[in-house]
Design a protein around this ligand. Structure first.
Ligand code: SF4
Length: 341
């Protein structure tokens, strides 16, 4: 196979590679000049990376300019360290790894081999159909040991002469794990000294978003879904989704978290998104199940509170009850109670 030379777009897609670190160094970005006006697009994209990571566990849409995209990863790393928040650290590493996984699924065999080499993996192209690759079994075990699904158990793999035979999808998933660990290690810095005020303020804002996502408590929700008790914002999103209209990331996140929290099954939520033009069954299911706490850490995510939804333009058609609640689930709880009583 022809050896691969990475181009700028590859560095933008995989900014955690050792080779990309060299490119970032060449850009001569310093923490102090990050807040200068000429670097505004970089800081904005870094902020988006993190908001998406916290709310949707992905790094958001790439920008066209590769330099901005590459630099925004390094900037996001600084912002994460500035938050000193372990939830954001873990969430960001996972989000970047998941976005990389989505790119890897569309990557050529040659590029996958080159990316695996960056992690010193013993990965080669397979000559045995239907497998794409074979991987040294200790590299396999190192990354698959955390996966609970039986399809990852070593006894369920084709193993010959110390090599595990795998398709592209599985190699991409194993690489996702390796990427997550590398990014987590990079974030493992206790403190950065002399941060500019602009960076501290963005970091504080991100911490607030993370706390709002994790810390909502709701007393008692009805056992069955009461659609007539949906708050206006969620009714609007639900209607848009039912008509297959595009929803923003935060809109999808708000709707999905709301529906899984009021007891709608992951399957039913998936059905709702099926008619979207950008529907990707595997990714959508994964995201819903992750939000519902059926995968990963087992944490079920709550919808953002009203103040966050207001900032993102999701709060619509406020009514009287909206004036007395601070969270869409609180609205639902109160409205459903008034209907049953
Ligand atoms: S106030 Fe809250 S519950 Fe009411 S529409 Fe706005 S975001 Fe939704």
């Amino acid at each position: 196979m022809t050896p691969v030379t990475f181009v700028q777009l590859d560095f933008a897609k995989y900014p955690f590679l050792k080779q990309t670190s060299k490119r970032i160094e060449e850009l001569e970005l310093t923490i102090q000049n990050l807040v200068s006006p000429e670097n505004k697009p970089i800081l904005e994209r870094a902020q988006k990376r993190l908001e998406n990571a916290i709310l949707m566990t992905n790094s958001g849409d790439m920008v066209r300019d590769n330099r901005t995209e590459i630099s925004s990863f390094a900037t996001a790393v600084i912002l994460v360290i500035a938050t000193k928040n372990s939830f954001i650290k873990k969430r960001y590493a996972l989000a970047e790894a998941k976005s990389a996984y989505a790119h890897l699924l569309n990557e050529s065999k040659e590029n996958i081999l080159a990316i695996a080499k960056d992690f010193d993996w013993d990965l080669t192209a397979s000559k045995e159909l239907p497998y794409d690759f074979c991987l040294g079994f200790n590299f396999y075990l190192k990354n698959a040991s955390h996966f609970h699904d039986t399809k990852w158990k070593l006894v369920n793999q084709v193993l010959t002469n110390g090599k595990v035979y795998l398709n592209k999808d599985k190699v991409a998933r194993l690489l996702q794990e390796e990427i997550r660990k590398r990014i987590e290690e990079r974030l493992n810095v206790s403190e950065l000294k002399s941060l500019p005020e602009g960076i501290i303020s963005i970091a504080n804002n991100l911490t607030k978003i993370a706390q709002e996502i994790m810390g909502q408590e709701v007393d008692e929700l009805p056992k069955v879904v009461v659609q007539t008790a949906f708050p206006p914002c969620i009714s609007a999103l639900y209607e848009e989704a039912s008509k297959s209209h595009h929803l923003s990331h935060i809109g999808r996140f708000a709707l999905t978290t709301f529906l899984v929290n009021i007891g709608m099954s992951s399957e039913a939520v998936n059905e709702l998104f099926k008619t979207f033009s950008d529907y990707n069954e595997r990714l959508t299911r994964y995201q819903i199940e992750h939000i519902a706490g059926e995968r990963g850490s087992g944490t079920r995510y709550k919808p953002p509170q009203c103040s966050v939804l207001q900032t993102h333009g999701i709060c619509k058609n406020r009514d009287d009850l909206c004036r007395r609640v601070y969270h869409p689930l609180k609205y639902y709880e109160a409205k459903a109670r008034s209907k049953s009583g």
